[in-house]
Design a protein around this ligand. Structure first.
Ligand SMILES: Cc1cc2nc3c(=O)[nH]c(=O)nc-3n(C[C@H](O)[C@H](O)[C@H](O)COP(=O)(O)OP(=O)(O)OC[C@H]3O[C@@H](n4cnc5c(N)ncnc54)[C@H](O)[C@@H]3O)c2cc1C
Length: 419
């Protein structure tokens, strides 16, 4: 079966590896002319690490990234609201991994070339149009910078793993328009510094209108007593104000947001110093899209951000793309007929990911910070007077169920092979 994967990002590459693992020989068509390790930090939740573990990649992940030990929420004064163990520390059979997105991408890319052969990871092929008038999809590619046409490709199955601006999605939803901005802007960067808290802690501080997210992403740094700290500063503006198109690589001056964080000098971490220590800062608007009713149309389907772009809340962007990849490979391997297999894949993945898109619009598990901000804007002497442990527990547990990484359910799959 000729399977064409449009887009060689995290989702497309894992889909190719999962398909290869089940005996298929897919081909990836990637718009970028060559492989570049772009981005800053990204998180993989235990259920996504489980998929990569089954592909033999667990050790490679942990050589590069950090097995996150705990997640904490603080108010804007650095007072602790919530702490929970994560990954192995929380009793999961798989770690949560915080890692440099470019390293992860590079690792997956190298594996795809090694396992599939370089001729199946094709760069410089930008999908310009898709023809679905016949039974077999026909893909028309160009070379993006010159606009020159490439040879068109007919295939048995086409998977749109081409990210938030998916051309494949636009073919089926031509009137959808640009992603929806909620008014928040994220400034993302990395700073080398001293390890904070456990050295493997991830935290968020602030509230819905102003937030700081922080976690270390490099095992090599930690091994030598340092920390490569990924951070995201977030401020909320009027969503009607015009804003530039989302681009993961847009660099900006930190003075656009640093003044808002000037007082955030916690006794356990100096946030302004962290911001000043970064070599470069990238700006990204908080965008997503409304869930759609269908991803699969005959022999074509969508995967990852092309299928369900979501706010980067709750560490789900890459994790859900990886779960899609696994479900797609499973469906194609076990369901007779490509169109039926793609329908089966959609049946397993569309509704759960739509639920996460919706939960993330409501701030996902981070809503506890807003709760405390509303009830105790000047800080607190005793957290229990502001919010009960039961209320906090309930919010955290509900989100884990929605995002599919409830510990009991996930661990029941350990040792059971593919699920
Ligand atoms: C450059 C870049 C940097 C990022 N940095 C971060 C980060 O620091 N932190 C974070 O949390 N998330 C980051 N992300 C997003 C994150 O990778 C995704 O949210 C998540 O991994 C889901 O992956 P995906 O494969 O669906 O989409 P993506 O990882 O976005 O991959 C989509 C791929 O499709 C390719 N493509 C797009 N259009 C076409 C086309 N018409 N034809 C062929 N190929 C096409 C793109 O070049 C890209 O390689 C970044 C994405 C990109 C592209």
């Amino acid at each position: 079966m000729d399977i064409a994967i449009v887009g060689g990002g995290i989702g497309g590459l894992v889909a190719a590896l999962a398909l290869q693992d089940r005996g298929f020989t897919p081909t990836i068509y990637e718009s970028a002319a060559d492989m570049r390790e772009l981005g800053v930090g990204i998180n993989l939740l235990p259920h996504a690490v489980r998929v990569l573990d089954a592909l033999g990649l667990r050790e490679r992940l942990l050589e590069s990234g950090i097995a996150t030990a705990e997640l904490l929420y603080f108010n804007k004064f650095g007072q602790r609201i919530w702490r929970e163990p994560r990954g192995l520390e929380a009793g999961y059979a798989w770690p949560q991994v915080s890692i440099h997105r470019g390293r992860l991408h590079g690792l997956l890319h190298a594996e795809a070339i090694a396992r599939l052969g370089p001729e199946r990871v094709v760069h410089g092929h930008h999908l310009a149009a898709l023809d679905t008038s016949a039974e077999h999809p026909l893909l028309h590619f160009t070379e993006r910078s010159s606009g020159q046409s490439r040879a068109s490709v007919a295939c048995d199955v086409a998977i749109g793993a081409d990210g938030i601006h998916s051309r494949v999605r636009r073919h089926f939803y031509p009137d959808e328009g640009p992603p929806i901005w909620n008014g928040a802007i994220l400034w993302r960067a990395m700073t080398e510094g001293a390890p904070f808290l456990t050295g493997r802690s991830m935290f968020m501080a602030g509230h819905a209108n102003q937030k700081f997210v922080c976690y270390p992403i490099s095992r090599a740094h930690l091994d030598r007593g340092s920390s490569l700290i990924n951070w995201v500063a977030e401020l909320r503006f009027d969503p009607d104000r015009p804003f530039a198109r989302e681009d993961w690589n847009r660099k900006v001056d930190r003075e656009t947001f640093l003044p808002a964080f000037r007082d955030w000098r916690f006794d356990w971490l100096d946030i302004p110093a962290l911001i000043e220590g970064a070599a470069e800062v990238f700006e990204y608007p908080m965008v997503d899209r409304d869930p759609v009713a269908r991803w699969s149309f005959g022999r074509v389907s969508l995967l990852g951000d092309a299928a369900h772009p979501m706010y980067p809340v709750g560490s789900n962007g890459a994790s859900q793309a990886i779960l899609d990849a696994e479900a797609l490979a499973q469906a194609l391997a076990t369901t007779p007929g490509p169109a039926a297999a793609l329908a089966a894949y959609e049946a397993v993945r569309l509704e759960p990911t739509a639920a996460i898109v919706r939960a993330n619009r409501n701030q996902g598990p981070e809503q506890v910070m807003q709760l405390v901000e509303e009830r105790a804007p000047q800080g607190f002497a005793n957290l229990d007077d502001v919010v009960s442990p039961d209320e906090l527990e309930g919010i955290a547990a509900r989100y884990k169920q929605i995002a599919g990484f409830d510990r009991k359910t996930l661990n029941s799959l350990a040792g059971g092979g593919r699920g």
